[in-house]
Design a protein around this ligand. Structure first.
Ligand SMILES: C[S@@+](CC[C@H](N)C(=O)[O-])C[C@H]1O[C@@H](n2cnc3c(N)ncnc32)[C@H](O)[C@@H]1O
Length: 292
């Protein structure tokens, strides 16, 4: 196990379960975001995300779910992602221990080849859970979205003494549409399951305040910590794979070198247009046009 730390951001290199057990005190974390291996056969550097059975996978998963619950403050919130296949197990397990406030669907546009013999997967489920449904953080005003009424003109509310335009902002519902991270985006890192900064922006803004601590036990490209940092939160990240730790050291701690190796962002190919190189650039959220 190795630990790296700078300005309120901690990165642990090692196994999530062991590190949570050994290093993270009871009831010390405001927000946990968990995006584990999904047991669907992806390759994460040297790690193959496939257990021999659902029972083996859930035995392992229930251990880290218990740890996440132990380290959450009494007012804390956990967001738990999973594959559509595994989510029923997680939902049944978690609902006995926490209050599930929302069952969120992260819906994305299709890309590449879609299934031809069944309906292709276009979403990932997320549980939004709290320890105490009477005392938890939810900053509704920080995550308002435009309410789509379909009307071309501004709708007027005539119910009060004075007519006034309807409020056009609302808290997002439980179907969230964010683009998956694509090669062309500024935030892109080399990882098979990178989550968009815009997704984490909504979660962190809604369920934590400045100065709070956000923990991600399966950090991958360290999206959670990168967004936490931009939003003035502290972070604790855990990741097993050496290749991805280097992304975190660069992206979150701002390190330029590690063990004699230069830490550099992915060098993107450029598109040749009219004989001249044109760099692709795309952004996924308003805040992050200046992303890492
Ligand atoms: C689904 S990905 C997380 C992606 C991340 N949310 C992002 O935005 O990049 C899961 C990550 O868990 C890591 N991992 C797998 N087993 C682990 C373990 N036992 N302890 C810590 N990390 C582990 C994998 O290397 C992989 O990077």
């Amino acid at each position: 196990m190795a630990k790296y730390e700078k300005d309120g951001h901690i990165i642990y290199h090692g196994d999530a379960l062991e590190i949570m057990k050994q290093e993270i005190p009871d009831e010390s974390i405001d927000l946990v975001f968990v995006d584990p291996p999904y047991n669907i056969g992806k390759k994460f550097a040297d790690f193959h995300d496939k257990w021999s059975s659902d029972a083996e996978y859930t035995n392992w998963a229930y251990q880290w779910i218990d740890e996440c619950i132990r380290i959450l403050k009494p007012t804390g919130t956990m967001y738990l992602m999973s594959s559509t296949q595994a989510m029923p197990y997680f939902d049944l397990y978690v609902r006995d221990k926490l209050t599930i406030l929302s069952r969120i669907v992260w819906y994305y546009d299709s890309s590449g080849v879609q299934a031809k013999k069944y309906f292709g997967s276009m979403y990932e489920p997320i549980l939004h859970c709290v320890k105490n449904q009477k005392a938890y953080c939810f900053n509704a005003n920080d995550i308002l979205v435009e309410a789509k009424t379909g009307a071309k003109r501004k709708l007027i509310d005539y119910r009060g003494d004075t007519p006034k335009p309807y409020n056009s902002k609302k808290v997002a519902g439980n179907v969230w549409e964010f683009s998956r991270v694509r090669y062309r985006m500024k935030e892109y890192e080399e990882h098979p399951s990178q989550k968009p900064m815009a997704l984490l922006e909504r979660i962190i803004r809604a369920s934590s305040n400045k100065g709070d601590t956000v923990l991600d036990p399966f950090s991958g490209t360290f999206t959670t910590a990168a967004v936490a940092k931009l939003l003035g939160r502290n972070s604790i990240s855990i990741e097993y794979q050496d290749t991805y730790i280097k992304i975190g050291l660069r992206r979150v701690l701002g390190m330029k070198e590690h063990q004699g190796e230069k830490l550099e962002a992915v060098k993107k190919n450029t598109k040749i247009k009219n004989g001249r190189g044109v760099k692709y650039e795309e952004k996924s959220g308003d805040l992050f046009s200046v992303s890492s």
